[in-house]
Design a protein around this ligand. Structure first.
Ligand SMILES: [Zn+2]
Length: 320
């Protein structure tokens, strides 16, 4: 009996020790998790460039050849393109500062050198497409070529933006422009030629890039849409800081509807349905060859613009 009691007692104390050890272990795990969460938050906050960052903006996406010498090197939510030539490469969109190492890895995963990027272009002067430009210029020595209208914005780090200039969360490192582009200007490197089409409204110098690529079927037209979107809060009527905004959006839709298009691309993957098209592309479909998708997208965006314009004009009349 005594033996039994002793046995029970010793088992109990062994269990107590075990429970205490487990509790200690659990506390250590909880503390470790909490610490790592705090560290992650600090790191993310330190790197977060500015402003609102959508989850998929910094989510990696496989780099792939779209057609000819044109490659996708962006993230899931922010599109970047590499145009390769024997004389070096052109990169469209530097994205957020946090995206720069990802773009670099994408370029290298395709077998190209990041340091061979000679020219850096952007879709438009908003931080999600141009905040990483200063870093990329520094890393590669690339010449930064930006459309007139967006030049003072990128050179002020976003401070002279008509909509977001006073919002410190939308600012980014000021970046010197090496060549000012005008509507219709050509950017040439090696055997590649890109045309800068001014499609303003979303920003004053918003640029739609066009080029031709050779695919298995021959010479094809590529359009990389800058942005046709009227952002929330954009004032289309009586905008004193951007009086031409409505005429500019009108011009954008005229231009977009006039372009010959085979390959439909844009500043965000969501414009051309990157996520739905990529798996089909991997299976061998020419998914990015999509003139119809382009036409639908432009029609849809123009309708959204016209509805917003009508709404704002109505609101002004009511106010009168
Ligand atoms: Zn934008």
């Amino acid at each position: 009996m005594q033996m039994d009691d002793q046995a029970v007692e010793s088992r109990r104390s062994a269990e107590n020790i075990q429970v205490k050890t487990n509790m200690k272990r659990r506390t250590t795990i909880i503390v470790t998790i909490a610490l790592s969460m705090i560290i992650t938050l600090v790191v993310v906050a330190g790197h977060a460039p500015t402003g609102y960052v959508q989850n998929d903006w910094t989510e990696p996406f496989p780099a792939f050849g779209i057609a000819g010498n044109l490659y996708y090197v962006g993230s899931r939510g922010l599109a970047s393109y590499l145009i390769t030539t024997p004389e070096g490469h052109i990169l469209i969109n530097s994205d957020l500062e946090a995206n720069v190492p990802m773009i670099r890895r994408s370029v290298e995963s395709l077998g190209f050198k990041f340091s061979d990027i000679k020219i850096l272009l952007i879709s438009h002067a908003h931080y999600d497409h141009c905040a990483g430009s200063a870093a990329i210029k520094q890393l590669t020595g690339a010449k930064y070529m930006v459309m007139e209208g967006d030049v003072d914005v990128v050179e002020s780090g976003g401070k002279s933006d008509f909509q977001y200039g006073n919002d410190p969360t939308q600012l980014y490192p000021a970046t010197k422009v090496d060549r000012v582009l005008h509507d219709g200007d050509k950017v040439k490197l090696g055997d590649a030629t890109l045309t800068a089409r001014l499609t303003p409204g979303h920003t004053k110098g918003c640029t739609t890039w066009t080029m031709r690529v050779v695919d298995v079927l021959g010479l094809r037209d590529v359009v990389i849409v800058g942005s046709p979107n009227v952002n929330p809060g954009y004032k289309l009527v009586g905008n004193t800081v951007y009086p031409r905004i409505t005429e500019d959006f009108e011009k954008t839709f005229r231009v977009l509807k006039s372009l010959p298009v085979d390959y439909f691309l844009g500043a965000h993957g969501s414009y051309f349905d990157l996520e739905a098209k990529y798996p089909r592309f991997i299976l061998g479909e020419t998914a990015f060859f999509d003139p119809k998708g382009y036409k639908n997208f432009v029609e849809d965006r123009e309708q959204a613009f016209r509805m917003e314009l009508t709404k704002q004009k109505g609101a002004v009349k009511v106010a009168d």
